[in-house]
Design a protein around this ligand. Structure first.
Ligand code: HSE
Length: 429
């Protein structure tokens, strides 16, 4: 007998989970009409079911035990929105093993265990969707997986973390330092109490591993991705970048090269006229360049309860619409490319280097000699006096190999005249 509803069980009523419940409860009727079948929130599990979430849950929906969701034979799709690896991984594996589809917004668990999940899903005739794991409300996963699948993707890059983009925007607008903006963002609830995943680049590395995997049809471990966060960016870096016509953004970059893929996450100075320079606050933007479509850009809210929940519910609707269609498991590719991640030392970039030096004869000659010996060609050099004995030097290089720049940097650090390497920031992509 055909089922009369597509039943959802949510695990985790935090920010995103509460948003999912709200959308299903508020907009369920319209969503059901679109899907061609009523979509019912059957269970919502959270350890704390007493908290007022401002929602009127129907009788029996709220449960405190995730097992109630995982073992309920009436549930078609389990929505995992608790985040982190443990116990999310076990919940996802149990749900897939029990023949339930899974929708998750959890980039960490997908980046670390997605391959195993997809194999398990295939073995059980179900699917795993994770649109909300990258770019919050921006439909970038589906776009890459389906709409752009005719292309060989050449580049995927952009701003994929709302918290750090918010911090960099504020540092630029208010001429403040990283620590004070971070504290303000935490006080306002925009940044997590433990900001490590966002500000140190882990969150973006997970997202890039997922997105590049889809774009280049391969599996990438986030551990093979070079990543840096934004902690070292100072107000002075932002100010000088502006003077030079650049904005500083935390970029995730995936580029198909001969023999492999460049995957990296780091702050970069980009031309202030580049469209990514205009992405402000917690918004995200992702560029995709395919051989047939050419350049496309996806822009929208990269974080937040309802934008993220809207992507989760979109996945649920997709699953509901494809229910019962033979072989309807579009996210489960069978033939992956075997593409190595290229060594970071092999990339080529321009570099901005800011140094505090002793203001004395021969300082520039020493630095210039090291750059010459390591084959780092300089594009511009600016020096200004800081005190009677100290000066600041800002160098910008031509495009050179990362390995050469790192050798030059090591040599410069050793110079007796160099008091401090204040920052090294890549310029451009
Ligand atoms: N913490 C993420 C961000 C949102 O700030 O973009 C979820 O991916």
């Amino acid at each position: 007998m055909a089922k009369d509803s597509f039943n959802v069980g949510v695990i985790g009523l935090g920010t995103v989970g509460t948003g999912v419940a709200r959308i299903l409860l508020e907009n369920g009727e319209s969503i059901g009409r679109r899907a061609g079948i009523p979509i019912r929130l059957l269970r919502a599990a959270d350890l704390d079911i007493a908290r007022d979430r401002g929602l009127d849950f129907p009788e029996g929906v709220l449960v405190s035990d995730a097992g109630t969701v995982l073992d309920d034979s009436e549930i078609d799709v389990v929505v995992e929105v608790i985040g982190g690896v443990s116990p999310a991984r076990t919940f996802i594996e149990t749900a897939l093993g029990n023949g339930k589809h899974v929708v998750t917004s959890n980039k960490e668990v997908v980046a670390k265990h997605g391959r195993g999940f997809l194999e398990l899903a295939r073995a059980n005739g179900v699917n795993l969707y994770y649109e909300a794991a990258v770019g919050g409300g921006i439909p970038i996963v589906h776009a890459l997986k389906n709409c752009l699948a005719a292309n060989e993707i050449e580049q995927v890059f952009g701003i994929m973390n709302g918290t750090t983009n918010y911090i960099l925007t504020k540092m630029h607008e208010e001429r403040t330092e990283f620590e004070s903006v971070l504290k303000e963002a935490q006080d306002l609830g925009y940044a997590e109490a433990d900001p490590t995943a966002d500000v140190d680049g882990y969150d973006v590395a997970y997202k890039l591993a997922i997105l590049a995997g889809i774009a280049f049809n391969a599996h990438f471990s986030y551990e093979d991705i070079y990543f840096e966060g934004i902690r070292k960016i100072s107000g002075e870096d932002v100010r000088i970048a502006e003077e030079m016509g650049y904005a500083i953004k935390l970029l995730a970059i995936g580029i198909r090269r001969e023999g492999g893929v460049e995957l990296r996450v780091h702050p970069a100075m980009i031309d202030r006229h580049h469209p990514l320079a205009a992405i402000e606050g917690s918004f995200n933007a992702v560029y995709v360049k395919g051989n047939y479509v050419d350049e496309t850009m996806f822009y929208g809210p990269g974080a937040g309860a309802l934008p993220t929940a809207s992507a989760v519910v979109g996945d649920i609707i997709d699953l509901a619409m494809s229910r019962g269609l033979a072989g309807s498991h579009p996210s489960i590719t069978t033939g992956f490319n075997d593409l190595p991640v290229l060594e970071m030392g092999e990339i080529r970039s321009q570099y901005f280097l800011r140094l505090r030096v002793k203001d004395q004869l021969g300082v520039l000659a020493g630095i210039g000699g090291i750059c010459r010996d390591t084959k780092v060609s300089l594009k511009s050099v600016n020096q200004h006096t800081v005190s009677r004995t100290e000066a600041e030097i800002v160098l910008v290089t031509h495009t050179v190999r990362e390995v050469a720049m790192q050798r030059a940097l090591a040599g410069i650090r050793e110079l007796e005249t160099v008091l401090e390497v204040q920052n090294l920031i890549r310029v451009g992509l």
